[in-house]
Ligand binder design. Sequence first.
Ligand code: AMP
Length: 124
Amino acid sequence: MTYSYDDQNIFAKILRGEIPNNTVLETEHCLAFNDIEPQAPVHVLIIPKGPYVCYDHFANAASEAEIVDFTRTIGEICRLMDIGPGMGGNGYRAIANTGKDGVQEVPHFHMHILGGRDLGRMLR
Ligand code: AMP
């Protein structure tokens, strides 16, 4: 596996405390914060603290503890934002843009959680 992590990306700077963020939740291995340009009433980004470029990098290289923490953090964000259907919410969309074809802007793995309105069809 060859992934080159750029430690000057904006999320790396957020993790180092070099630029501010609007934190929703912090865990041992993850940070969840509001997107600076929200596309929906709920738009939270969940990132691992480790230097992973994209989802498949994370899925293949992260420890089980990091993967469990990341998944549980998504569950907790859905609970905190009242969007989980099992908790009376109206649902949400989880998006991990990846690489060139996925039009990933920030090369630090992140999951978008969008909700709070009807998001329409995924792709037109
Ligand atoms: P992506 O295209 O999946 O890489 O999305 C990157 C996301 O990061 C976009 O939705 C941006 O609005 C968001 N973003 C960029 N800079 C910041 C920042 N400083 N704080 C919060 N979100 C940001």
